[in-house]
Design a protein around this ligand. Structure first.
Ligand code: NAD
Length: 477
């Protein structure tokens, strides 16, 4: 361990970690807890430096948000893993094979670490997308190499320094660099690869991993819908959507992307969203509570979506102060509500990932559900309403990575439930017991009993007629 960061290639780190993993043998609960505790201690010690770096990378992200989302969010995952790993570790007895079980044959499932896990993170939650999956990866007894996003370079450097101070590179290491380094990283024969990012890059990752048959966990994005039933309290729904959409200025994988509301309640929703968003952010330009869009490229991307919808006749409503040149120079923008844009417009077809929200009106909720189901499976889905039957119907007739009911963006905070996508929003998950299972190899073990009856029962060649009849009798419904 040292405070000098020695750059090493992904391959050199993978080789060193795999050699250390092989030399280590079984990874005890105490070792796993110690590693988790050292990441916890690292975060506690370096939280200010990391929050300062995240603030600088965004050009003014509020430290309190970084503390809540990235530091406290990661700590929650790490502490849950530390406090439960001992209970997850024991072998699980399973029923053995008849008739050998009658002679003492037993069976169990043993959970073993896969080895070395590569973890690629994003810029929008640059600490959380690395250290929250790491909680499950370490709980499962693996070693890991992290690749932070180049779009948050100060955070990447701060994390690399902190990790080098607290861990030997054979245990946990950080590789920094741009897409070329990321592509090289993805090509390595990891024992498992975790990628958080866009669906487009996720496809490249899976292709690269396929070359070495590396199992992948893909934590991707998409257009997370909100379904507002007619039984919903519109002001309550608007407040929660405004709060969720304000987090990181909509640059969250689970940020509401499109909200569906009954046509009779559309205007009420618009008015309430305006009230609540402007209430949280009375000014935009110069307001240190408003997270800027991370860089010029992403700023131009979101603005082009809004402009395209406006040019094609969609109504654009400002929730919050009218945008100013000063705000734009800081990349701080109010929430734009884009009402019923054309189905093929950019904002209707791309993940927004910024301060804009599509509103769509429906006549029957089932029509909204049918449209959602015709698209890619989303990472998150939200339902607002007090109608229990409708809530159940929505849960039964949709599929998404996770769901929050009568709120948004909350289910990823469940440390004891899997967090992940489905279909185009990803595969696999971390958090909780399911995260431990994701990064463990579940190994079936059979142990023969004291006596083998096969020969005396004519179960071995040459097969007896009795045995043939016994097998025939077993082929039954
Ligand atoms: P991105 O896909 O552009 O980049 C993610 C990571 O991939 C970065 O570390 C980058 O260096 C790396 N990368 C880029 N090109 C690569 C290549 N050719 N080969 C290998 N790696 C490459 O995503 P982003 O802009 O950083 O993040 C935004 C996206 O991430 C959104 O779609 C968002 O929804 C999603 N996201 C998902 C989750 C989740 O938990 N499901 C969390 C945060 C963000």
């Amino acid at each position: 361990m040292s405070d000098i960061v020695v750059p090493r290639s992904p391959r050199a780190l993978l080789d060193a970690q795999q050699a250390a993993f092989r030399a280590e043998g079984p990874v005890s609960a105490a070792t796993r807890k110690d590693r988790l505790q050292r990441v916890i201690d690292l975060l506690v010690k370096h939280n200010d430096a990391l929050c300062e770096a995240m603030g600088a990378d965004f050009g003014g992200r509020p430290a309190v948000f970084s503390m809540m989302n990235d530091i406290a969010g990661s700590l929650g995952s790490l502490k849950h893993a530390r406090d439960h790993v001992e209970a997850w570790l024991p072998d699980q007895p399973r029923p053995s094979v008849a008739p050998f079980d009658a002679f003492g044959a037993t069976a169990w499932v043993k959970y073993q670490p896969k080895g070395v896990v590569g973890i690629i993170g994003t810029w929008n939650a640059p600490v959380f997308t690395l250290l929250s999956p790491l909680a499950s990866v370490f709980a499962a007894g693996n070693r890991a190499v992290l690749k932070p996003s180049e779009i948050a370079p100060r955070t990447a450097e701060a994390l690399a320094r902190a990790v080098a101070e607290c861990f030997a590179p054979e245990e946990l290491a950080v590789v920094t660099g741009g897409p070329d380094v990321a592509a090289e990283f993805a090509r390595q024969p990891w024992n498992h690869l975790v990628f958080t990012g866009s669906t487009a890059v996720g496809k490249l990752i899976m292709k690269a991993a396929a070359e070495n048959l590396v199992p992948v966990t893909l934590e991707l994005g998409g257009k997370s819908p909100v379904l507002i039933g007619q039984s919903a309290d519109i002001r309550n729904a608007a407040e929660r959507i405004a709060v969720g959409k304000g987090l990181n200025s909509g640059q969250l994988c689970v940020a509401p992307d499109v909200a569906w509301v009954h046509e009779s309640q559309l205007e009420g929703l618009i008015d309430s969203l305006k009230d609540f968003y402007a209430g949280q952010y009375p000014t935009i330009a110069g307001n240190a509570e408003v997270t800027p869009v991370v860089n010029e490229r992403h700023f131009a991307r979101v603005e082009s979506y809004v402009a395209d919808a406006g040019a094609r006749g969609a109504r654009i409503v400002m929730a919050g102060e009218w945008p100013t040149a000063e705000g734009a120079a800081e990349r701080r923008m109010p929430l734009r509500l884009v009402v019923n844009p054309p189905a093929d417009s950019e904002i209707a077809t791309n993940e927004i990932f910024g301060p804009a929200l599509v509103l769509r009106s429906y006549r029957k909720l089932a029509e909204a559900v049918a449209e959602i189901n015709a698209g890619e499976r989303p990472l998150a889905l939200y339902y607002f309403g007090s109608d229990a039957a409708e809530q159940q119907w929505v849960l039964d007739h949709t599929l998404s990575g996770g769901v929050s009911i009568n709120d948004v963006t909350m289910h990823p905070a469940l440390h004891d439930a899997p967090f992940g996508g489905v279909g185009a929003s990803g595969m696999g998950h971390y958090h909780g017991h399911e995260g431990f299972l994701e990064f463990s190899h579940a190994r079936a073990v059979y142990r023969a009993g004291s006596h083998d009856p096969r020969r005396e029962w004519g179960m071995l060649p040459p097969y007896s007629d009795n045995f043939t009849q016994m097998i025939r009798a077993a082929v039954a419904p």
